[in-house]
Design a protein around this ligand. Structure first.
Ligand SMILES: [Zn+2]
Length: 289
């Protein structure tokens, strides 16, 4: 199979067109590894799996872009005819070792959201579940950014931000931006809510911290009128084959994001607040909501 893609979508503006009302898939990956770790297995895809997903995306004529390119495209009124946004959460070391080479081999970029408090260490927020994955170092993050990867923030310690006192949540949101900007020497203007959990207040804190956008999960397709501070994403789990990628790209079996959170989401937040009043609890799940 021969797959061709522009080396940099920003240089292919002539092929871009005004955004349509079509759904925009934003995919969310976590770990990319051939040796999945314990309870994080469902949120891990192998290198061969990611390679097959990327080839399927290109074969179907979709153009992978970053979150920044999505926002710029929506602002300027020009997006690829069939965009798909690739995002990777958490900042695991396996991104540089396993995912980035597969992306760059195909001339593709992505947005990587980094938990800034564990840079160069291990995924301490997963420690209670027995999973302590190696994290990227500051040097590796800087090299990835220099190589064209967009770096976004993902808090300092990966808490349930919507369950924290506002001052504590703001500290997580703002400090992760500062730490990454210090490492990169460039602005960090997109944020991903840990576990996808956010409320209206959380969104306002992200805006106050100076971010231009934020991604949630919602397991729905985004679109041109989606909330810029809760962009809908679809979690790619370990059981995703190329047919599942094709299905999501075609919008089959996956809804398009609505304007508001569901009542189930609000009820679930209340249950988490009651279960852990400080909101500092650790959980094994990936970024689900
Ligand atoms: Zn995460």
């Amino acid at each position: 199979m021969t797959v061709t893609a522009p080396q940099n979508p920003e240089n292919a503006a002539a092929a871009w067109a005004p955004p349509t009302t079509e759904a925009i898939p934003v995919l969310l990956y976590h770990s990319v590894s051939d040796t999945p770790m314990g309870t994080f297995g469902p949120f891990t895809v192998s290198r061969a799996q990611l390679a097959a997903h990327l080839d399927q995306i290109l074969e179907l004529g979709h153009q992978p872009i970053t979150v920044r390119q999505l926002l710029d495209g929506l602002a300027s009124g020009r997006l690829p005819a069939k965009p798909v946004v690739l995002t990777f959460d958490d900042g695991f070391a396996d991104f540089a070792a396993n995912a980035w080479p597969l992306l760059t081999d195909r001339g593709l970029a992505a947005t990587l959201y980094v938990t800034a408090g564990d840079l160069g260490g291990r995924s301490e927020w997963l420690a209670a579940t027995g999973v302590r994955l190696p994290m990227l170092t500051p040097r590796e993050i800087a090299d990835l950014a220099a190589d064209g990867c967009e770096i976004g923030a993902h808090s300092m310690t990966h808490p349930h931000l919507d369950c924290l006192p506002h001052a504590v949540a703001y500290e997580e949101i703002r400090t992760s931006k500062d730490v990454l900007e210090q490492v990169l020497g460039r602005p960090v203007d997109t944020f991903a809510y840990p576990h996808g959990y956010h409320s209206r207040a959380t969104k306002e804190l992200v805006m106050a911290a100076g971010y231009r956008s934020a991604t949630a999960v919602r397991n729905a397709l985004s679109h041109a009128d989606d909330d810029r501070y809760a962009i809908a994403r679809v979690t790619v789990t370990s059981d995703f084959g190329t047919a599942d990628i094709a299905r999501v790209l075609a919008g089959e079996g996956v809804r398009t994001a609505g304007p508001r959170e569901s009542w189930q989401t609000a009820v679930w937040r209340q249950a988490r607040r009651l279960a852990r009043p400080t909101g500092a609890g650790r959980s094994a799940d990936g970024d689900r909501r």
